[in-house]
Design a protein around this ligand. Structure first.
Ligand code: NAG
Length: 491
């Protein structure tokens, strides 16, 4: 079809550029009549091509329309990381499909063209990032591909892509398990082939150190591709390889840190007798007039260091407004490394500092009232949303800058999380679950200004749900009369 358009354009060009005096030669006129005939033919061919193009566009459009008429609740789908991954991929393919079908036409509708120019198509890096989120979930929660696909399954091609991402990150066992799943779900419509999958499985097994599995699979590959000399040569190399390890590639048995075990709920000191002795009470912030008639519900989640939960600190409507203000401004959260802030795999979320916003000012005042601390020197409220496999690996909030450090953290949960997403303190073995409308508060520094090593904490990856939090980091300056310094080493 491109060639036909070309003919059409060339014809016009010939007519225009020839520059003959037609009036002085009947032969020239005869030629022109011939040219007009040619032109009409290519014009008609062009119309045919455009008609076919229109028909194709119509069918693409109708198909896309069908996929949108499903009465789906997007928020509900996106709370499942597997569904979110699947949708992101599909969306990319569909958007590219639309754009590709617009391009060949000469006809341009300006408004539509503008929309296309501003269209942000998810990039391959976005899809890879989503796959990496799934892999990180698997690692922390020790999940097999089958376990992670609770509500929605991935196709063989999608699973193959997740495997490739794992492979490129040198996570050979996870890659192997995804390739295996892909092989199990392979259909005649899959783009990926059995041969290619077997080859990927062999490489993953080999690099993982599972030589016997690699050899077995290489035999299988040779059975279905007996004339392939490269496969035969590879089998010989494997047979004479000295990589001697018989690691079991089928069983997820990765070493776990305390952080990971806390996230999985395998340990939680709070269930012990010590926790039951802790209290729940209404507090007026030591006689704060603003709290006399509306005391805050305070619960001690842990005693040393003190972790306090404030219940019903923010209403559902306030949460909705904060989310609405934040959504258009969200961008990938950063971490401080060597004095610089940078994007990191350790912190996967999007966030925004809300400056000069009346509601966040009101929420901040409530934080000051509840904790009795000054928020004059605090950072603006930081609203955060966690994406696929979103998490914040163990860290201290204090920046150890020497002066006016983050003395305390007030963390508001703006959503419940169905599975995962706990705030965990590996040093003391405590996991705090997100409860919408509540907040937890703890000190990062001792009264003497030293870092409290037990304030080390993490945000576990979200396995099912959409996690929203808002953070207030309270600083040292201004607290001199509220939380007097201490010379003691012990508080
Ligand atoms: C938040 O935004 C949604 C969608 O635009 C809207 O329906 C809702 O009314 C907004 N909520 C508030 C409290 O402003």
């Amino acid at each position: 079809m491109v060639a036909r358009e070309f003919t059409f354009v060339v014809c016009i060009w010939t007519v225009c550029a020839a520059g003959h005096e037609f009036f002085s030669s009947t032969d020239q006129i005869a030629q022109l009549v011939e040219k007009k005939k040619d032109l009409l033919t290519s014009f008609s061919q062009y119309i045919d091509a455009e008609e076919k193009n229109i028909a194709k566009m119509k069918s693409v459009y109708l198909n896309l329309l069908l996929s949108y008429s499903d009465p789906v609740n997007h928020e509900k789908i996106m709370r499942d990381p597997v569904a979110a991954y699947k949708h992101l991929r599909q969306l990319r393919d569909e958007l590219i499909n639309i754009v590709n079908h617009i391009r060949p036409s000469f006809y341009q509708c300006n408004e539509y063209q503008d929309e296309l120019d501003f269209l942000e198509i998810p990039q391959p890096e976005d899809i890879d990032g989503a796959a990496l989120g799934l892999i990180r979930l698997q690692e922390i929660y020790k999940l097999y591909p089958e376990d992670i696909m609770k509500e929605m399954a991935l196709s063989a091609d999608e699973a193959y892509h997740v495997g490739l991402v794992a492979y490129n990150e040198d996570k050979f066992q996870h890659a192997f398990l995804w390739f295996l799943y892909s092989l199990d779900t392979l259909t005649e419509y899959s783009a990926i082939t059995e041969k290619k999958l077997l080859q990927s499985l062999i490489s993953s097994a080999y690099y993982f150190g599972s030589l016997s599995v690699a050899i077995y699979l290489n035999q299988q590959l040779l059975n279905i591709d007996p004339t392939n000399d490269e496969v035969r040569a590879q089998l010989n190399r494997l047979l004479y390889s000295h990589r001697t390890s018989n690691a079991d590639i089928f069983t997820l048995n990765t070493e776990s840190s305390k952080y990971e075990r806390l996230c999985r709920g395998e340990v939680d000191e709070r269930t012990s007798r010590r926790q039951r002795a802790l209290s729940c009470r209404y507090s007026t912030g030591g006689g704060n007039p603003r709290l006399m008639y509306a005391p805050v519900k305070e619960e001690v989640e842990w005693d040393e260091p003190l972790i306090i939960r404030y219940h019903d600190i923010i209403s559902d409507t306030e949460i909705e407004i904060l989310k609405n203000i934040s959504i258009p401004q969200l961008s990938r959260s950063k971490v401080y490394q060597d004095g610089w802030s940078a994007v990191s795999q350790h912190r996967v979320s999007q966030s925004v500092f809300l400056q000069d916003d009346p509601l966040s000012a009101r929420v901040s005042q409530r934080i000051a009232d509840a904790t009795g601390l000054s928020i004059e020197t605090a950072e603006p409220l930081l609203v955060q949303n966690y994406g696929i496999g979103g998490r914040f690996e163990p860290h201290y909030d204090a920046l150890e800058t020497g002066e006016n450090d983050r003395i305390a953290t007030f963390l508001i949960y703006m959503s419940d999380v169905e599975i995962g997403g706990a705030t965990v303190f590996p040093g003391i073995g405590v996991a705090v679950q997100p409860v919408k409308g509540s907040a937890v508060f703890w000190y990062n520094l001792y009264k003497n200004g030293e870092l409290d090593l037990n304030a080390y904490h993490a945000g576990c990856p979200v396995l099912l749900g959409n996690k929203w939090v808002a953070n207030k980091w309270i600083h040292e300056f201004g607290q001199e009369f509220r939380r007097p310094c201490s010379l003691s080493e012990w508080e």
